[in-house]
Design a protein around this ligand. Structure first.
Ligand code: UDP
Ligand code: MG
Length: 323
């Protein structure tokens, strides 16, 4: 897979309805890239099916700067798919993923590159503070990372987003993972290699507001848990044993009581409560089975992760090599 000229660094930037931010992104990014003594830099900008003028903005940027390679996906496939598309197309010997909204400060890129040149395969950007997030996002993110820690034993580092540098061999390893339900933060950690971390304070969005609704974040969390832990599936076996033991003790007590004191009928309230409690518990466990089953279903369909509508500036040899 040797392309005519392999750039040293690729930047992958997923963009969903970021039209007002593109000019600011270009203005912030270009001086940083110019200051790098990198042997070729390319920008892979993945327009994730935006319904504003993001793609036109990207094409205008490309007209000024040939290092810019816009890709348009046929619809909104989500950030995980957009990043995967960018990783497929990027050619760099090192790859940095960053958000389009300048919440991942480009000023960190020189530092990342330096660490990579010194031997790191992955350079993570750790959010030491996230003052830009509201209390709800902070609390829910903290709860999520805590839960992941318990369920998946450190497989997902806390407060590390998708902003990171990866060496080519890490990217290749990542692209060889066959799964379709892609929880990138977990997968990128799964492949391993020599990981280093730098800290930063996450600034607020340059324009607009987060493209993630609470519902989408919840689904991302479910994706993370179900792709990296089978504990929710296995818990029911143990819970079943515990409840069976309790039931056995209680049943023995009822039989004994009936033998000693005779039949006594009242008990409607406790019966109703038990039925409601256990049917709720059963539905919950079936729901968890359903979460995993749905993912098996999605995997077996083996649909592509994303569909590309338009590519600009990619050399045909390279696209073929990737296909
Ligand atoms: N994004 C995307 N597809 C989506 C949602 C978001 O490509 O369906 C991009 C978005 O344009 C941005 C990055 O993912 O570049 C992070 O999104 P956002 O800033 O909304 O997330 P937050 O910073 O709140 O986590
Ligand atoms: Mg953001």
């Amino acid at each position: 897979m040797s392309a005519p000229s392999t750039p040293e660094l690729s930047l992958i930037i997923p963009c969903f309805n970021e039209a007002e931010g593109i000019a600011g992104l270009a203005a912030a990014l270009e001086p940083v890239l110019a200051s790098l003594d990198a042997d070729g830099v390319e920008l892979v900008l993945v327009d994730d099916g935006s319904n504003d003028s993001t793609h036109a903005e990207l094409l205008a940027w490309r007209a000024r700067n040939p290092a810019v390679h816009p890709v348009r996906l046929a619809r909104n496939f989500g950030k995980e798919a957009a990043m995967t598309c960018g990783l497929h197309l990027a050619r760099g010997r090192a790859v940095v993923i960053l958000d389009a909204d300048l919440q991942d400060p480009p000023e960190l890129i020189p530092q990342m590159l330096e660490r990579w040149r010194a031997g790191a395969d992955v350079v993570l950007a750790h959010r030491s503070l996230r003052p830009e997030d509201g209390w709800f996002k902070r609390v829910s993110a903290a709860a999520f990372y805590r839960l992941m820690d318990v369920l998946a034993h450190n497989q997902v580092p806390a407060n590390v987003g998708d902003f990171r540098l990866m060496d080519r061999r890490v990217v290749d390893a990542l692209l060889h993972l066959p799964e379709k339900t892609r929880f990138m933060k977990g997968l990128m950690n799964y492949v391993g290699f020599k990981v280093e971390t730098i800290d930063y304070i996450r600034p607020a969005r340059y324009t607009g507001s987060s493209r993630w609704s609470v519902w989408r974040l919840w689904n991302l969390a479910l994706e993370g848990i179900t792709s990296f832990s089978t504990a929710p599936l296995r818990a029911w076996g143990y819970l079943g044993v515990v409840f069976a033991l309790i039931a056995l003790a209680y049943a023995s007590w009822i039989v004994l009581r009936t033998l000693i004191w005779g039949v006594d009928v009242p008990g409607y309230a406790s019966l109703a409560t038990l039925i409601l409690f256990f049917s709720g518990l059963q539905m919950f466990s079936i729901g968890i089975l359903g979460e995993y089953l749905a993912r098996i279903f999605i995997e077996t369909k083996n649909r592509p992760l994303y569909v590309v509508e338009q590519l600009d500036g990619f050399e045909p040899e390279w696209i073929e090599a990737q296909a």
